[in-house]
Ligand binder design. Structure first.
Ligand code: HAX
Length: 433
């Protein structure tokens, strides 16, 4: 058993015991009520899930195991010469609740890089898809194709005990996370670079930098961006579509491959992770319409109203929980101010930051007029040459996998049961609510 697994075993036992006593003591206490509006309204604000890895405050933003993004940037170990945290360290934190040492992070890096090989049939599955299949379709299909290797599925068939579920989950998760950058890079190079693939870098290069390398993006600042990007997108508590879908499917004892693929299908929706590509598409459309360059404020205002008046949303703005500017947006903005202050798309993103909130307020619908994480990432990626914006959500998916996979290990560790809420009909609401 690895040191990390041993630590996890002790923590799962301790938290499991606490949950048992909490249930005995408080099992019948209410933590919220559900209104008819919430039942029809996407369950917004209903407290009905327990997720250990992160928590989202509407006004403060995300905390990963209690730590803000700034904390992570200060305290998570970094790669040599880097000023950004290593994403592998965040995975350690999400999984254990403890800030890792550099050695802890090295151990995860080494374990992931050890598994870095796609089974032979996975490229074949991907290559059988049309070249214009959306990268997220390919990503989800690639994850599903790897399910043939699931240790959890095999051990379940062999009759493993419930108390061993988390152990098999963990083994799968460590393989899966090691392979995801390879899968993402394969999809990118297949779809946009004539299938000219780049093998992983020499061992020792961290997860984010190795992903950058396999994409064909060796600029040191892009490697920094990847580290930041993979940290920022990793987790956003349990109720968002990708996390909730992964958790829900996992509750049927579906293995991590089946569960993550389901989560990624949710991430691929334009109201969720696909918004990052939609933001860049929107900016490019504005520039094309106006003949290129940075538009004037008035031109942007006209285009924003045109979008709203045609019944579409302004991508990258609004949120189901947040009621302020997303700190993940601000972290990316700080990166842009430092590394690419004169970049044309950054200047447009910044103009939008000034303009959109007041327009959305005037429009009067969105409860949160402020930018979310997806409003910023595209302009950073384009700056370094990753201009194929249909690919952006795959990068989001590689990162999000760390959060939802850490949660899935905990779900099985705490023996959470099949998720099966009660639904009602409109007739029932009319007669009983
Ligand atoms: N532009 C225009 N209208 C918006 C809007 C936006 N950016 N954000 C919300 N609204 C509208 C909604 O469409 C809704 O209109 P209807 O009453 O006509 O249905 C109304 O305002 C109320 O919505 P809300 O309660 O403020 O927002 P929701 O919790 O229902 O939805 C969304 C949250 C993020 C889906 C929404 O703000 C949106 O569509 N934003 C644009 C897409 C986007 O950026 N998505 C990424 C979100 C972050 C994320 O998950 N990243 O992965």
């Amino acid at each position: 058993m690895t040191a990390l697994k041993e630590k996890l075993a002790a923590k799962i036992t301790a938290v499991g015991a606490e949950v048992t006593s909490l249930l005995a003591e408080k099992g019948e206490n209410k933590i919220g009520d559900v209104t008819v509006a919430q039942a029809y309204g996407g369950m917004r604000g209903v407290k009905a899930l327990v997720t250990e890895t992160s928590a989202l405050d509407p006004m403060e933003g995300i905390r990963f195991r209690g730590h803000t993004i700034t904390d992570l940037q200060r305290h998570l170990p970094r790669a040599e010469g880097s000023r950004q945290p290593r994403p592998e360290g965040l995975f350690y934190l999400l999984l254990t609740g403890e800030m890792p040492t550099p050695e802890d992070v090295d151990a995860i890096s080494a374990a992931w890089r050890e598994t870095e090989r796609l089974p032979d049939h996975v490229p074949a599955v991907l290559d059988s898809l049309p070249i214009d299949a959306h990268p997220m379709t390919q990503f989800s299909a690639g994850i599903l194709a790897m399910q043939t290797d699931s240790i959890f599925a095999r051990r379940y068939r062999e009759g493993m005990r419930k108390t061993e579920y988390w152990d098999a989950m963990y083994d799968d998760v460590m393989v899966l996370l090691g392979r995801l950058p390879l899968l993402a890079a394969y999809i990118y190079r297949r779809t946009f670079k004539n299938g000219e693939h780049i093998p992983p870098a020499e061992k020792g290069l961290d997860w984010g930098a190795n992903l950058a390398h396999m994409l064909g993006m060796d600029h040191p600042d892009f490697k920094e961006l990847m580290r930041l990007y993979l940290v920022l997108h990793a987790d956003h508590e349990g109720g968002n579509v990708s996390a909730h879908a992964t958790h829900l499917v996992g509750s049927a004892l579906s293995d991590p491959y089946l569960s993550l693929s389901a989560g990624m299908n949710g991430l691929a929706g334009p109201l969720h992770g696909l918004a990052n590509q939609e933001v860049m598409r929107w900016i490019v459309a504005v520039k094309e319409k106006l003949g290129g360059g940075v538009p004037t404020q008035d031109q942007l205002i006209d285009f924003l109203w045109e979008t709203l008046n045609s019944g579409r949303v302004i991508p990258g703005y609004g949120h189901g929980v947040l009621r302020t500017t997303d700190p993940r947006y601000m972290a990316q903005r700080r990166f842009a101010q430092e590394h690419l202050p004169e970049d044309e798309n950054f200047r447009i993103a910044d103009m939008l930051f000034d303009l959109v909130p007041s327009i959305l307020k005037e429009h009067g619908k969105a409860k949160n007029p402020w930018p979310n994480v997806d409003a910023h990432s595209g302009c950073l990626l384009v700056h370094y040459g990753l201009a194929e914006y249909d690919f952006y959500t795959v990068l989001f998916g590689v990162s999000r996998a760390m959060g939802v996979m850490a949660s899935l290990v905990w779900d099985r560790g705490l023996l959470l049961p099949l998720e099966r809420p009660k639904s009602v009909t409109t007739d029932w609401v009319r007669e009983n609510a």
